[in-house]
Design a protein around this ligand. Sequence first.
Ligand code: ADP
Ligand code: MG
Ligand code: MG
Length: 904
Amino acid sequence: MHQNVNTAEKASSTSTIPQKFVYFFAAGEAEGNAGMKNILGGKGANLAEMTSLGIPVPPGFTISTEICAHFYEAGGKLPEWVRPAVTTAMAKVEAKIGKKFGDVNNPLLVSVRSGARASMPGMMDTILNLGLNDQTVEGLAKSSNNPRFAWDSYRRFIQMYSDVVMGMNSSLLEVTLEDMKEDKHYKADTELTVDDLKLLVKKFKELVHQMTGQSFPTDPWEQLWGAVSAVFHSWNTPRAITYRELHSIPASWGTAVNVQSMVFGNMGDDSATGVAFTRNPSTGEKAFYGEFLINAQGEDVVAGIRTPQPITKIAAQGSGMKSLEEALPQAYSQLVDIYKKLEAHYRDMQDIEFTIERGVLWMLQTRNGKRTAAAALKIACDMIDEKLINQDEALLRLDPGALDQLLHPTLDPKAQKTLLAKGLPASPGGVNGQIVFTSEEAVEWKEQGKKVILVRVETSPEDIAGMVAAQGIFTTRGGMTSHAAVVARGMGKCCVAGCGEVEVDYRTETMKVKGYVLKKGDVITLDGSTGEVYLGEVKTIEPKLDGNFERIMKIADQVRKLKVRTNADTPKDAQTARNFGAEGIGLCRTEHMFFGADRIDAVREMIIADNKSDREKALVKLLPMQRDDFYQLFKIMDGLPVTIRLLDPPLHEFVPHTDEETKELAKRLGTDYERLRAKVKSLHEFNPMLGHRGCRLAITFPEIYQMQVRAIAEAACMLIGEGKKLVPEIMIPLVATDKELDILRVSAINEVKKVQQEKGVKFDYLVGTMIELPRAAITADAIAEYADFFSFGTNDLTQTTLGLSRDDSGRFLGSYVSSGILPKDPFMSIDQTGVGSLVKMGTELGRRTKPDLKVGVCGEHGGDPESIEFFHKVGLDYVSCSPFRVPIARLAAARAALLGKKLH
Ligand code: ADP
Ligand code: MG
Ligand code: MG
C-alpha cells in the first residue's frame, strides 16, 4: 500500500508525456537542428543540421532524450505510447527511400544509434543492418545483386544484436568467425565467401539459442523495439556510468535514439567506410586527417580489425598504402568539399564519420572533434588568425583543465634508451611504468602505489578504469582513431597505439618484440608524441610551453578580473609558479618549513618544553631558519604579495610516534625517555582536525606566532635594506571568533613594531585571517574589524560545513556522488549551495565592515575551473592554487569573466 503511494508520487513528480518526441530528417525536411542537442542528443541534432545544409545524410529519425526518463520510469520498458509515432516516422523513411521495412523483396534496413548531449565515444552501442532475417536477406541479395554483401550484413547484424540487445558475450561469435578464417587460411574478413557467411549465420543463430535460451528474433519490428530499448538501457550500464562520472555528465540527461536508413560500405571495392578530422587532433596542424577501409562497415576502422588506410595522398606517402584520394577520387573530392563546409559552418574542428556506397558518399556523423591540449591551443590561435572566431570565442572553447596535459613531462632527449618498437603517436607525453595486461590489474597495482602501463591488443570501454589507473596505454592494434587513442587523448593520458611489431600474449602475460620477452611487472617507457616504446625506465623532463600557450595566456590575462596566486611553501614551488604566471603567493604553509631535517629537532624541543623560557630557547634556534625561508620567498616573488600563514597543525604531528624514534630523540635532546614519552602521549587528541591547532595554539602559546612574525618582519627589513619593496601579509588560521583575532592581531602588530624599532626600518604589512570555520563566515562582519584581508580556506571550510573529514570520507563519498546526493566530490569542486553560500556570505559581511577588504581563496578549489567560475561570481579578488594549476586558473578566470558578461 505504502509502496504504491510512493510510486504514484514519483511518477507524477517527473516528466509528462511530451507533445513531440520523434524528429524526422531527410533531404529537404529536417525537423531538428544543431541547437537542439538537449532533446536530440549531439548525433541527432547534427544529423538534422547536416541534412539542412544539403549534405547527403541517409534519412531517418531521432527519438528524443526525454523518452529515456520515461523508459526508466516504466521500469526499463518502452512505453506503449511511444510506438505509433515511431511507426509513422518509419513510414516516412520508407516513402523517401522507396523500400519497405521488413519487405521480403527489397527491404529497408536501418541502424539504431545512441546519442547523448555530450559525445560519449564508445560508450553506447550501435546496431547496424537491422531488419534482416532469413527472408529479407534473400531479398537484399537479389535487390543488390550481391549475395556476399547481403550475408555479410546479416552475420554482422546477428553479432551486434545478440551482443547489445540479447546480452550475449560477443567473443563467442567472434571466436567462431576467427576459427572459420583459420580453417580456410583466410587473413581478412573480406575473403569469406557467400557459403562461408551462410554457414556462419546458421552457427551464430544456434549459438545464440544455446547461450541465451532465446531464438534470434525474426520479426523486424520486434528487432527494432528490442534495439531501441537496448540503447536506452545502455545509458545505465556500468561503463556508461563510469564515463559519465569521469566527465561530470548528469545521469538525468539521458540518451536519444537515432534510427537511420542504412548505407553500405561493404558492397565491394567501390565501397568504404571511414572517419576523419578536419584538422590534426594531435598537433592541431591544419591538414585533413583520417582513416578508412575499403569494403567495410561501421566501426571496422576503429575496432582495429584491419589496419586502416590514410585518407590523403600526402599522409599515405611512404606507407605502401593506397589513400582514399587515389582509390576513390570522386568520393574523396566530395568529402573534401563537405569537410570544408562543415568546418566553416560549425567554426570548429570537426570529427566526421562517412560511408561510401558504390562510389556515392554519405555522411553519418559530425561533431566538434576531441583534441589534445596542444592541438586545442594551436587550432584556437589559427582560427583567430583565419578570422573564423574572435579572441573571446577562442577562450570559451578551451577547456582549462586540459592544459594540465601540456604541463606533463616528456622523455629526456639526452637519456640513454633502447628502442623496442614504434607504434602510432596516439596521445602525447612521456611515461614509464610496469606492464600489466588487464584493466583489473592496472587498478590493483595502482592501489599498491605502483606505476603501471596498460598493455592491450586493443582496448574497449570495459578497460576505462584500467586506463584511468595507468600512467600510459599501449596497444598493438588499431589506428589513431581507435578506442584506446580517442579515450587516452580525452583523458590527457600518454598512449602508443597500433604497434603491430609487438606480439602480446594474454595467456602467458608477455609482450614479445625483437627477441625481447617482457613479463608482467617489467618496466617500459612510452613516448606518446612519437609512438616509440623503450625498454626499461627512460628519464623524463619537465615540459616547455610554446608560443600558442603564451598567446592564449596573454589574451586570458586581459579578460580576467580574478587575480591568480599560488600556494607555495618552498622557493622551488614559488619559482615554478612565477614561471606559470602566478601573481603572488596566496598561501605559504609554514609547517612545511618545520619538517626540514635541520630543524625538526628544534621544533620538537619547542613542543616538549615544560615552560615558557624553555620554549623560547628552542624558538630562538628556529628564528634564523624561518627568517631565511621567508627572505627567499619574498625575494623570488619580488614585490608581489606573499601571504604567510602562521603555524596551523596540532603539535603532535611533529613528534615521533614509535617508541624507537622516541628513544632516539630523547638521546639526541639529552632528555629522559620516560618524560618524553609521557609528553608525547599527553599531546594525543581524539579528533585533531577539531583540536588544539591553528590560532588556538597561539592563544595558549603566544611565543610560537611571535617568533614567526618576528622572522617575517626581520626578513622584510633585510629586503627593504636591499632596496626592495614588499608588503607581507600575515595570516592567522582557524579563527572562529573575532576575539581570537583581536588578541592575535595585537600581538602580531606589537612584534612587528618591536622589530621595526630595533632595525630602524619601516614597511607596510597586512594582518588577516583564514575563514575556514562556519562561525567565522557567519560572523565575518565582526571578524573583519580586525582583519586587513580574508582568505577562504575552503578545504577545512568544506570539512567543517559538511561535518565530514576528508581523510575518512573515502568510504562513502563515492556513493554519495554516484547516487546523486551530492553533485560532485565537494573537495574537488566547491559545494556551491552549502560551502559556497558561506563564502558568499562571509565576503558580503566582511565588506559591509570594510568595503575594500581584500578577499581570496586558498583551498584546493582555487585551481578547479568550475569553482573558479563561482568565486568570480561571488566577487573575490583572487584565487590561489598549486603552481601547476596556475595556467588553468588564469584561463578559467578569463572564461568566468566572459561567461559573466554573456549573462548580463
Ligand atoms: P558511435 O557513437 O560509437 O560513434 P555511431 O552511431 O556513430 O556510433 O555508429 C558507428 C558507426 O556505424 C558509424 O560511424 C558508421 O560507420 C556506422 N553507421 C551508423 N549508422 C549507419 C547507417 N545508417 N549506415 C551506414 N553505417 C552506419
Ligand atoms: Mg560505438
Ligand atoms: Mg560515431
